[in-house]
Design a protein around this ligand. Structure first.
Ligand code: ADP
Ligand code: MG
Length: 438
């Protein structure tokens, strides 16, 4: 599979086996799409196939996962080459969900969320007994972007770069926001408190840890119905709506009276998504929505998000650290560094023609599912930790970590150190970069 393949990911059916009373056959057989009769009765031994050939030959192994010494415990390993049997993929990739909105050019689609010069600082407090404010943490430092209907903008960047703060600041819908936020064409600051409460239905959040986000004392019904009650949804319509939402996210409505603890991680994330969709929002803010899930479960949730987006023309503002996931489900990407966007644009432009050295360093950490490329490519290694986010002096915040900084001519170095680079890309450009020299 090519790493920028936008086709849906292929989930593996079922769940890993419980490690007691293991069946006699291959432990993967019940979930294997190419299992034959004797796979269910006799367990294959792990055998070395080759020491150089790296083609994938176990159906549970993704291309690129194979070790240098290649072994496989599969009765059919001799028939599987590069993830295919007889030239057909072991896990056939279903076609991407079609949608009218994706056919419409970007600038003809409605802008669902627009952020202009958003800033969020936290007070920096010192002192054990007498606490005093000694400065500010610039968690989000003057960022701007917009998201259109049916589109995903992903925010990527190291831990502490301000991704969650950006989402939470938008979700807060506060009168005190520094900068402007426009939701579905309305400037939030110009709205009254009651109007803002009504607008809340248009943006909902999905969190990383579905267990932490769902109250364990409430049934699934209560959890999904709660935003509907808050919104004043007609009481006699709530049960039907909850059933509809359960179906929408692939949960059995018969389980409506169960508690979150009775569901698996992937199912709990589906409950979280159903709850977020209850009010029929235009925008979902998703903070690491699949990071807490097993890899085999992630694909199912990611495909669900893609289907829902196509069906409901949703806008996603997504934070994810897995850059292959980001590439798979994003239309656009913003690279955040120390609270500021250093590069933004179409996901293919940013990933294939990245211009900011920070983006290049970030991307060089993605494993490429091709062993030859993976072994020969160069990695950019960033030295040092993030500089302190409390420093708000002019200058490029990346200069201190740029590996080639010392090789720049002296006047260029001075410019990096004393002049903050603005996002730029030329007349009408969509792909923007904040670097003086790119
Ligand atoms: P990310 O989600 O990208 O990992 P965050 O948005 O959580 O980053 O944090 C950005 C910066 O803001 C970090 O330096 C973090 O320490 C700081 N920060 C986040 N929340 C708070 C808070 N409630 N109080 C003080 N500092 C905070
Ligand atoms: Mg975060």
């Amino acid at each position: 599979m090519h790493h920028n393949d936008n086709a849906p990911l292929v989930p593996i059916k079922g769940n890993p086996p419980i490690l007691i009373n293991l069946p006699d056959g291959c432990p993967f057989a019940p979930r294997c799409p190419v299992a034959v009769d004797h796979c269910h009765t006799r367990e294959p031994a792990l055998e070395v196939i080759d020491t150089i050939d790296q083609t994938v030959s176990h159906p549970d192994t993704a291309p690129g996962e194979a070790e240098l010494v290649h072994s496989s415990a599969c009765w059919r390993s001799g028939e599987i080459h590069g993830g295919e049997i007889d030239g057909k993929p072991v896990f056939p990739v279903p076609p991407r969900p079609a949608s009218d909105i994706r056919e419409t050019p970007r600038d003809e689609r409605a802008t669902t969320i627009k952020v202009d010069h958003l800033v969020k600082t936290f007070p920096l407090i010192k002192g054990a007994l007498l606490k005093r404010r000694v400065g500010s943490v610039y968690a989000v430092d003057d960022i701007s972007f917009d998201v259109r209907a049916g589109e995903t903008l992903s925010i990527v960047g190291e831990s502490g770069s301000g991704k969650s703060t950006t989402l939470l600041e938008i979700m807060a819908m506060s009168h005190d926001t520094v900068g402007e936020i426009e939701l579905d064409g309305k400037r939030l600051k110009t709205l009254s408190r009651a109007q803002r409460r009504a607008e809340r239905r248009n943006i909902q959040m999905v969190f990383q840890d579905p267990m932490g986000a769902l109250d364990p004392r409430f049934t699934v019904y209560d959890i999904i119905a709660e935003p509907l009650h808050t919104l004043g949804f007609p009481r006699d319509g709530i049960e039907a709506r909850v059933n509809e939402l359960m179906n929408l996210v692939g949960l059995d409505p018969a389980h409506i009276d169960r508690f979150p603890g009775a569901f698996s991680g992937g199912q709990r994330q589906r409950i979280g998504i159903a709850r977020a969709l209850a009010t029929n929002p235009k925008v979902l803010a998703l903070d690491e929505p699949v990071s807490a899930l097993d890899v085999s479960i992630q694909a199912g949730v990611i495909n669900l998000l893609a289907e829902l987006q196509a069906k409901l023309e949703l806008s996603y503002l997504l934070v994810a650290h897995d850059l292959s996931v980001v590439r798979h489900i994003s239309d656009r990407v913003a690279v955040l560094y120390l609270g500021g966007i250093v590069e933004i644009g179409d996901v293919d432009a940013v990933f294939d023609e990245s211009r900011h050295p920070y983006t290049q360093a970030l991307l060089s950490a993605i494993p490429i599912p091709d062993p030859t490329v993976e072994r020969t490519r160069s990695r950019v290694v960033l030295k040092g930790d993030l500089p302190s986010p409390t420093d708000n002096e002019p200058g490029c915040r990346f200069a201190s970590r740029y590996p080639l900084f010392q090789t720049l001519p002296e006047q260029d170095r001075a410019r990096c150190l004393h002049e903050t680079p603005a996002l730029h890309g030329g007349e009408g450009a969509d792909h923007l970069v904040a670097c003086h020299f790119r």
